[in-house]
Design a protein around this ligand. Structure first.
Ligand code: RM4
Ligand code: MN
Ligand code: MN
Length: 427
C-alpha cells in the first residue's frame, strides 16, 4: 500500500488555518530571539532518522505478544511501511536492516523499491544472539567471545556476509551488538572473553570496504545478567580505539543503568571523535524500548544539547552519527509509535538548536548555574511543534501525521491487505 499525496494534501488544507496561526506566532517569537527560522527548518528537514526493519511489527515480552494485525510479511512490505512513514513525516528517509531477519532476495528490486519510496539503506545489523535453523554451531555461550574457535569463526563469517549484503544495497556501516556475556559469577574469564572479542572484531574490521564504518554497541545486561562483554561506553571505546579509525562507539539510549548521565557520555565520545551511531528509544528501567520522549523528554533534550554542541564544533573530528530508532511496540500500533518517536526526536533536536551557546558559555565561565539553567530551560520549554509541522509541510508531508494516518485508516487497510495474523520477522 502507498499513501496518496493528494489525500495528504487535502487533509493538510483542513489543518492549515490553525497551523498558520500558531506558526506565525512562534516565528515572531523566534525572530525576536535572533533566530533564523528558515535555517532551523532546513536543519530539521536534513535530520533523517533510520527505521529498523524489525520495528514494523508488534514486539513482545518474554511473557507474551499481542499483535495488532496487518504486520509486514516481507522486506518489501517493510520498505513500503517505512515509505509511508516518510511520506507522512519527511523525517525517516532510511531503513536499517537486520540480517538474517531481512535478507534481501532480489537486490535490484529491493533497491528500486526503496528508491521509489525515497529511502536509503543505513547501517546493516548482524545477529549472533540467536541460533538460526541451518546454523552449525550454537551461540548459547557467546559468539565473538566464544571459547571455541569454530563458533568465533562462524560468527565472524556471518558478519562478513552481512557486510556483503550491505554493500549490494549501498549501506556504508555495520552495527555489531553482542549478547555475549555470562549469567553466573565464575562462568566466564572476563579477560579472555574481551580479548577474543577484540580479535574477532579485528577480522570483521579487516573485511569491511575502505569507506565503511564499524559501530560497536554496548549494553550492561540482558540477555546475560551477570556480565556482558561490552558492558559500557568505555569498553566499546576501548575496542573501537584498538580496531582503528573507522571503528566507533554506538550509543543506544536504553543501554544504560538508571540515572546514567548519557549526555556526558555523548560529549566525551564526540570530544574523542568516536561517536558513530545512535539508537533512540526511551525507558524507565533498562532496555524498555519505549517511544522516544515518552518518559524523559528533558534528558533527551540535554542529550541533543551535547549532540548539537558536538556537531557545531568546528574543531571536532567526529563524523555525522548514524541515527536510528531502536524501539519495540507492545501496546501501540508500531507505525503510530514510530511517528511519535520521530516527532520527539525532531523536537528535542530543534530545541537544542535554540540554545544560546555563547550565553551558555559565558554563564559557565562565570560559574553561574542559575543563568545556565535559565538558558537551557528557556529552550526546552519553547513549544516548537508548529515549527516541526511547518518543516514537514514544506517538505510535502503531513502537518499532523498521526491524525492523517488515522483518518486514512491505514492500519485497517493493512489488515485487509495482509490479514490479521501476519507476523513480521524480528523480536
Ligand atoms: C538489542 C540492541 C540492538 C538491536 C537488538 C534487536 O538490545 O539494541 O541494537 O539490534 O536489540
Ligand atoms: Mn540498539
Ligand atoms: Mn536494545
Amino acid at each position: 500500500m502507498q499513501l496518496d499525496k493528494n489525500q495528504i494534501k487535502s487533509l493538510n488544507d483542513q489543518a492549515l488555518p490553525d497551523h498558520r496561526e500558531s506558526f506565525e506566532y512562534l516565528s515572531q517569537r523566534l525572530i525576536h530571539q535572533n533566530l533564523e527560522v528558515e535555517k532551523l527548518i532546513q536543519k530539521i528537514q536534513d535530520f533523517q532518522v533510520a527505521i529498523p526493519s524489525w520495528a514494523l511489527g508488534t514486539g513482545g515480552t518474554r511473557f507474551g505478544r499481542f499483535p495488532g494485525g496487518g504486520e509486514p510479511r516481507s522486506l518489501e512490505e517493510k520498505i513500503t511501511d517505512v515509505g509511508m512513514l516518510h511520506a507522512l513525516n519527511a523525517g525517516s528517509g532510511a531503513i536499517s536492516l537486520h540480517i538474517p531477519w531481512d535478507i534481501p532476495g532480489n537486490v535490484e528490486k529491493i533497491k528500486a523499491l526503496a528508491t521509489a519510496n525515497g529511502l536509503l539503506f543505513d547501517a546493516v545489523n548482524s545477529n549472533t544472539f540467536q541460533d538460526q535453523p541451518e546454523q552449525e554451531l550454537s551461540y548459547k555461550f557467546g559468539s565473538l567471545c566464544h571459547t571455541d574457535a569454530g563458533v568465533r569463526k562462524q560468527a565472524v563469517n556471518h558478519n562478513l556476509e552481512v557486510i556483503r549484503y550491505g554493500e549490494m544495497l549501498g549501506s556504508k556501516s555495520l552495527t555489531v551488538w553482542l549478547a555475549d556475556g555470562s549469567s553466573f559469577p565464575g562462568q566466564m574469564n572476563f579477560r579472555k572473553a574481551l580479548q577474543r572479542t577484540l580479535d574477532s572484531l579485528k577480522e570483521i574490521y579487516a573485511g569491511m570496504p575502505e569507506d565503511w564504518k564499524l559501530f560497536v554497541e554496548y549494553k550492561p545486561f540482558e540477555p546475560n545478567f551477570y556480565h556482558t562483554v561490552i558492558q559500557d561506553w568505555g569498553t566499546s571505546h576501548l575496542l573501537a580505539s584498538q580496531l582503528g579509525e573507522r571503528a566507533f562507539t554506538l550509543v543506544d539510549l536504553g543501554h544504560h543503568l538508571p540515572n546514567t548521565n548519557i549526555e556526558q557520555i555523548v560529549a566525551t565520545l564526540m570530544m574523542q571523535g568516536k561517536l558513530g551511531g545512535f539508537h533512540f528509544n526511551d525507558s524507565k528501567f533498562g532496555d524498555d524500548d519505549l517511544t522516544v520522549g515518552a518518559m524523559k523528554p528533558y534528558q533527551l533534550f540535554l542529550i541533543f544539547n551535547e549532540l548539537v554542541a558536538g556537531m557545531e564544533d568546528k574543531q571536532s573530528t567526529n563524523p555525522s552519527p548514524a541515527w536510528m530508532i531502536d524501539a519495540s511496540h507492545n501496546l501501540k500500533d508500531p507505525m503510530e509509535d514510530l511517528l511519535q518517536s520521530i516527532e520527539a526526536i525532531q523536537l528535542a533536536y530543534a530545541q537544542a538548536l535554540l540554545v544560546d551557546r555563547d550565553a551558555l558559555e559565558s554563564a559557565r565561565e562565570d560559574n553561574d548555574p542559575v543563568f545556565a539553567q535559565e538558558i537551557l530551560q528557556a529552550a526546552f520549554r519553547t513549544d516548537l511543534r508548529p515549527l516541526i509541522a511547518e518543516a514537514r509541510f514544506q517538505a510535502g508531508a503531513a502537518i499532523q501525521p498521526i491524525s492523517v494516518y488515522r483518518k486514512l485508516e491505514v492500519r485497517k487497510q493493512l489488515v485487509l491487505e495482509r490479514g490479521s495474523k501476519s507476523q513480521a520477522t524480528g523480536l
